[in-house]
Ligand binder design. Structure first.
Ligand SMILES: C[S@@+](CC[C@H](N)C(=O)[O-])C[C@H]1O[C@@H](n2cnc3c(N)ncnc32)[C@H](O)[C@@H]1O
Length: 404
């Protein structure tokens, strides 16, 4: 096994409160045991699975705030209900073609998107929405149940994937939260699979007892990495085999309808660009973004950007269709976010300072959602469908399927 990296504290990382140190120690002990049980090498996807979802220590299993200003990161539905209201226009078009008013949301976070979608779909006259949520995190599921209590008759939580589903599937920032494999080209142009080991020579100042190590990749991971990684010594990146198989599985249970998958990422050409030589892995801790995923285990979010070409290929393999791929900015503009903002302005009394304040907040949220410098360009929306007639309104202008 080659040792490749020992973690360091990134400059500017917010300080962890003393009362959280015993929790961190417990998390380290849990992960050390897991590594030992795996003969000293825990493949990176299993490491990411554990630090995000292990019931004992996982970031998403625990009860921390996560979203919004008090948490670690902010997602689009948390910024403004206009995000969900705009999405509702696209969801409505899909549901009308399906003839059934079923929505299935994966990883619903705080329940903010479900809430704004339910309000908007009811306002659009779509009665009897059956809103299902599949959420891996028990603490988030409890938060969703509390927030969505007023819609109790319309919302239910699933424990596993459906066998048959007709309707609209939604996943905002879910693909990026699925565990990835980490791979790297070595000096002989061979592919190493990276994983985590316990540091055999820990220094007193090391920020965690773990190190990143590599061993020759094998099987599917090797063949996929050989196809995708450029031939550059030391080139490191991620492969999200779990997300690809999640999409292929959708081919079995989605009988008619469309999935709107919203996330940050690029086409494969951009994802494995020679200049992106250290990959896209990111951690979020109290709104501080960095790439040291072996520290603050269970207390910080770990994510990787999405390779949308791989998602589209997985969909085609599963006999699903890709009906569109656009930037988040163009999706929201195509679905009428500016008109919704204008309608909101007309409903407000600009002589009332509270209305003016809320208007200013909404304008700045929309600016963040569509601005190229913020979320508008990095985030993309892909529509994966079965038995749905195009065009979908969200993808009418600036569809970039040709780039995939
Ligand atoms: C970054 S959060 C996004 C939450 C929310 N969608 C939002 O936009 O605020 C990722 C969410 O995806 C969930 N998740 C990850 N993989 C999942 C899967 N395979 N099925 C269902 N939920 C999943 C996590 O539990 C978490 O709720």
């Amino acid at each position: 096994m080659q040792q490749l990296h020992s973690p360091i504290y990134p400059n500017g990382l917010p300080t962890l409160e003393a009362e959280l140190l015993p929790i961190l120690d417990q998390n380290y002990a849990y992960l050390t045991e897991l590594i030992v049980k795996n003969a000293g090498f825990l493949p990176y996807d299993q490491w990411m699975q554990a630090v995000l979802y292990a019931p004992e220590i996982g970031y998403y299993s625990g009860g921390s705030t996560k979203f919004h200003t008090a948490g670690d990161f902010t997602t689009a539905p948390e910024l403004s209900p206009l995000f969900g209201q705009t999405l509702a226009n696209q969801v409505q078009q899909i549901l009308l073609q399906c003839g059934e008013h079923n929505v299935l949301e994966f990883g619903a976070g705080s329940g903010a998107l479900a809430e704004s979608l339910l309000i908007a779909l009811n306002d659009l006259g779509l009665n009897h929405i059956n809103y299902s949520i599949l959420e891996l995190s028990p603490s988030l599921r409890a938060r969703q149940q509390e927030r969505l209590a007023p819609y109790a008759g319309q919302v239910r939580w699933l424990d596993h994937l459906p066998t048959d589903f007709v309707g609209c599937v939604i996943a905002n920032e879910v693909l990026d939260a699925m565990p990835v494999h980490l791979v790297q080209r070595d000096t002989d142009d061979q592919v190493l699979e990276l994983g985590v080991a316990v540091n055999a020579q820990p220094s007193a100042h090391a920020p965690s007892p773990f190190v990143l190590v590599g061993r020759p990749a094998t099987g599917d991971l090797l063949s996929t990495a050989q196809q995708r990684l450029p031939h550059i010594t030391g080139y490191k990146s991620e492969i999200n085999l779990q997300a690809e198989s999640w999409i292929r599985e959708m081919g079995l249970w989605l009988k008619k309808g469309a999935a709107l998958l919203i996330d940050y990422g690029f086409s494969q050409r951009e994802f494995y660009h020679p200049q992106r030589a250290t990959g896209t892995l990111m951690c979020h801790f109290r709104h501080f973004a960095h790439d040291e995923s072996l520290i603050l285990t269970g207390l910080q979010d770990v994510t990787a950007h999405v390779d949308f070409t791989a998602m589209a290929d997985a969909a085609l393999t599963a006999r699903l269709e890709v009906l569109g791929y656009v930037s988040q900015a163009h999706f929201l503009l195509n679905c009428g976010i500016t008109q919704l903002l204008e309608q909101l302005q007309m409903q407000l009394d600009m002589a009332n300072p509270r209305h003016v304040q809320s208007w200013t907040q909404q304008v700045s949220a929309v600016q963040k959602l569509v601005s190229e410098a913020e979320m508008g360009e990095l985030f993309k929306v892909i529509a994966i469908a079965k038995d749905i007639d195009p065009p979908l309104i969200g993808f009418m202008m600036r569809d970039r399927r040709d780039f995939l």
